[in-house]
Design a protein around this ligand. Structure first.
Ligand code: CA
Length: 220
């Protein structure tokens, strides 16, 4: 569902990729391997990965957080842009998916920059808060189960520093958010989440129609 920016025609998307994508070989390999999985559509699009790499470099991020690692495309993208001293804390509950991610992190030589927290992410985030990490992260990416988005966001907002950047994936949900006849649980959860951020004075907000829709929230 998020393999390409869905507002572009196929022809324009191909052109867009041909003149703008600079996907490192290791990311390309991971994308190809993940595409073979039945849930392969969950990985972020290559143009979104590249955009995330740019953002990490732009803000000079040192300490990053990810909620929902899947097979590792976004975490590998972020880690490749981090300096040697940089660190990414990645949260996921799937041993199977993250075993693919681990293999690619190692192969790309970024394994030591990434700490994987296996288990329900709400618990991992609460532990980070308890362990004194509040206000210390520069960058965070939320891309896990949609019903918990608000819970993740509130904790992540606590964990990032003032001026830190939070990215939230799938906020346009293949267009279902604008379909009034759609009352699926995930669609409703994303609508509520989007509405909540629209009125959240604690952040500077921008929603980008890249991939399946990406929200940028900068903590004031
Ligand atoms: Ca996603």
């Amino acid at each position: 569902m998020s393999r390409k920016t869905f507002t572009l025609s196929n022809e324009l998307y191909d052109y867009f990729c041909s003149v703008s994508l600079r996907e490192p070989e290791i990311l390309h390999q991971l994308r190809e391997e993940t595409a073979q999985l039945s849930s392969g559509g969950m990985q972020v699009s290559p143009e979104q990965g590249q955009f995330m790499r740019l953002l990490v470099e732009l803000i000079g991020a040192q300490k990053c957080l990810e909620i929902g690692t899947f097979t590792g495309y976004s975490s590998l993208s972020v880690a490749l842009s981090l300096p040697e001293s940089g660190k990414l804390v990645a949260c996921d509950k799937s041993v199977d998916w993250t075993s693919i991610a681990r293999r690619y992190w190692k192969s790309a030589g970024v394994g030591k920059k990434i700490e994987l927290l296996l288990g329900p992410a709400i618990e991992s985030l609460d532990k980070l808060l308890k362990d004194g990490h509040a206000g210390t992260f520069d960058f965070a990416f939320i891309d896990a189960d949609k019903s918990n988005y608000i819970g993740y966001y509130e904790r992540v907002l606590n964990l990032v520093r003032r001026g830190g950047l939070i990215l939230v994936d799938n906020v346009l949900w293949s267009g279902k958010v604008a379909d009034v006849s759609n009352s699926e649980d995930d669609t409703i959860a994303i609508r509520e989440f989007n509405q909540r951020l629209r009125n959240d004075e604690r952040i500077f907000l921008s929603m980008i129609p890249i991939g399946d829709g990406l929200t940028l929230a900068r903590k004031r």
